[in-house]
Write a protein that binds this ligand. Structure first.
Ligand SMILES: O=C(CO)COP(=O)(O)O
Length: 251
């Protein structure tokens, strides 16, 4: 079944990168002239989406997305990013429910559901993030927390848009900490998530995120239900990003 699902390497640049660093990234990527056999996506901060789309166009194979969007298309929402505007700009995907949005900005599953449905209405691909904190894992609540995040966050998902949804499992304790979940720990949760999906159980791409690096991605990607990675720190430099994509291309 895994071969139904193309491997995705998604860089989440979070609130990083200057114009100089972005130019360097694409100069390096272009020099490498790599033929990508995996899907390579990058989500820069909103301000950089347009310029990245131009640069990515010259390298051919990188798709550009957003890290967040509002739950409605337009209105008096100062500082928000409209999914309608993203679609209008030709943006391909949006990350929704990242743990930093959930914990720092207090975004709850109900709000995230509105965001998911509205992004899908605009035909954006959605990477919906789920994952437990360390305290929740230690209290043996991992599956309960993730089930709730899936049930509420993906409530009323229209069957005809399910092909636009990807899931990212990002254990909060593994993000930016250098503590990667073992391939077995991640696979256990990925299999659980797949079992809970209502539509397109076999086709839905499920990414792992949390301290993914070139030296640990191989064992993760070899698991049946791990179809790629959502990568923070190691996606910022072209050399690491390219290496992640090269490893993913031969799985
Ligand atoms: O949050 C993440 C990606 O969305 C993971 O970040 P790191 O790869 O830096 O741990």
């Amino acid at each position: 079944m895994k071969n139904l699902r193309p491997i995705h390497i998604v860089g989440n640049w979070k609130m990083n990168q200057t114009m100089h660093e972005i130019s360097e990234f694409f100069i390096e990527m272009t020099k490498m002239k790599m033929e990508l056999k995996c899907k390579a996506w990058i989500a820069p901060q909103a301000l950089h989406i347009a310029i990245l789309k131009e640069m990515a166009f010259t390298t051919g194979s990188i798709q550009v997305g957003a890290q967040n969007c509002a739950e409605v298309d337009s209105g008096a929402l100062t500082g928000e990013t409209s999914p309608l505007a993203l679609a209008d700009m030709g943006v391909e995907f949006v990350i929704i429910g990242h743990s930093e949005r959930r914990t720092i900005y207090g975004e709850k599953n109900e709000l995230l559901n509105q965001k998911v449905l509205n992004a899908l209405k605009n035909d954006l691909k959605v990477i919906y993030c789920v994952g437990e904190t360390l305290a929740e894992r230690e209290a043996n609540d991992t599956f309960k927390v993730i089930e709730e995040q899936l049930n509420v966050g993906l409530h009323n998902l229209p069957a005809d848009k399910a092909h636009l949804v990807l899931i990212a499992y990002e254990p909060v304790w593994a993000i930016g900490t250098g503590k990667v979940a073992s391939a077995e720990q991640a696979e256990e949760v990925h299999a659980f998530i797949r079992g809970k999906l209502e539509h397109l159980k076999d086709e839905t791409v499920i990414l792992y995120g949390g301290s993914v690096k070139p030296d640990n991605i191989d064992s993760l990607l070899r698991k049946d239900n791990i179809d790629g990675a959502l990568v923070g720190g190691a996606s910022l430099k072209a050399k690491d990003f390219r290496q992640l994509c090269s490893i993913a291309s031969v799985i």
